[in-house]
Design a protein around this ligand. Sequence first.
Ligand code: ADP
Ligand code: MG
Length: 509
Amino acid sequence: MANSDDKILLQTINISKTYPGGIRALDKVSFELKEGEIHALLGENGAGKTTLIKILSGILHPDEGKILYNGVEVAFKNPLDAMSLGIGVVHQHPLLIPNFNVYENLKLYATIIRQRLKIEELTNLLKIFKVEKSVLDKKIADLPSSIRQKIEILKVLLFKPKVLFLDEPTSALTPIEVEELFNILKDLKEEKKSIVFVTHKIKEALKISDRITILRRGKKIATLENKGNLQEDVLATLIVGDTTLKAVSEKVEGLPRNASDEHVLVVEDLHARDDLGIYRLKGFNMKLRRGEILAIVGVAGNGQKELVECLTGLRRFDKGNIRYFNSIYTHIVDFCDVVRKYKVSYITDDRIHTGIARDLDFLTNIMLRDICIEGRGIFIDKKYFVKRAKEMIAKYDIKAPHEKILVNQLSGGNIQKLIVARELEVKPSIIIAEQPTQGLDVKTTIFVRSLLLSAKGDTSILLITYDLEEALSLADRIIIMYDGKNVAEHSSKDIDLKRLSLEMLSGVT
Ligand SMILES: Nc1ncnc2c1ncn2[C@@H]1O[C@H](COP(=O)(O)OP(=O)(O)O)[C@@H](O)[C@H]1O
Ligand SMILES: [Mg+2]
């Protein structure tokens, strides 16, 4: 563990940053990173964590304040300046090029940062990350998010940084992979590397860090030594800064669960292949009852992605069928038609690419569903939507100054709230929710979950999640997905966690 007379390697003094839209993302933040420590940067969505990382890695310039490296003031003109001091960053949103294969991406990165790609180093890291060598030839777009995330981290480690920033690196990882990552980080620490681990998850911060700095709405609230004496609820209060947390979490627990026997969505014997022609669905079955929340739980990469793609018309299936209410499909050519006919909502886990139109404003994004799916086009009543947008911002507590703000200026959590708001406000009959709280902070997570729970009843919800806790706290029933099949089913009332974990990890029932 780092002790107090350790050398301070990197330091900020009174750093502030206001974005062009007027949002003050950082307000006189002073932060110290010691040599050989793992320092967690903890805060809810929109707290300013990513902004601080971007400033420390030369992507953004502060409006005021200083950065010191080894006690000497530095001014990063660009990311290369930071890299030349040995600062490596794993960004929150992967920067890999989807149409390139893994090797080409690594090669490209090496070229950009003017380094040589060493094959022995690469082979070694692949082993440490438990990634098959054959993955090097696969296109990024075809890889599950957990492997993509590993490649992202590996890419930065290849060039042996002295300081490593990881911005929410675990959101695409399964619990076991998180453990593995933590072990890798501990080894790096042994090598005297300094690590800033950005997270909104209190448990992760407690587990991995020597010290924790808490940011709230752009301000540094505290830096705490983590010596096993910190309480989760104390940290939660520091992060959120009010009593909202307790109120919302009571709401989640207090809601009734009920469902009927009518089926609104049925999947039978579904077989489908991925883009490489490998079977990812091998006879999957499920029935969603009216008014229930059914969770599909499993380790990432067991066919969940392909299942959602089949359900939303993005992937053809070879065998089996999907039934929405009375319509049986052997392939879904026009998902918009299904959405129109049966009021289906889809909350995607790829919020940046498919959930929204990044470069358009909030208002347009709210209208998107009507413009594209309902086919209203020119008949849109804009005044009505302005009113609706304002209402949504208030009701869903979205941190947007006005409805004209470009969506790419919102934090991830607020973008997710936008998507959830848009998809819930149509009062759908079915919601397909794919990792709806991925990457969200505690408060927003509880909020989104409470929204799903209160929609339940009139709405039936299919929840696809890698987060067991989420499935347990929301679902009436849980189906375990393993190797493209449903291997087990549980009612949430009687769960044997040990058995369930075993089913998830090995398909054993
Ligand atoms: N490019 C941007 N333009 C305008 N505002 C932004 C931009 N990026 C982030 N923000 C705003 O700055 C605040 C801090 O965001 P961010 O640093 O991403 O927080 P965190 O990483 O803690 O979730 C948020 O209110 C966010 O909406
Ligand atoms: Mg962030």
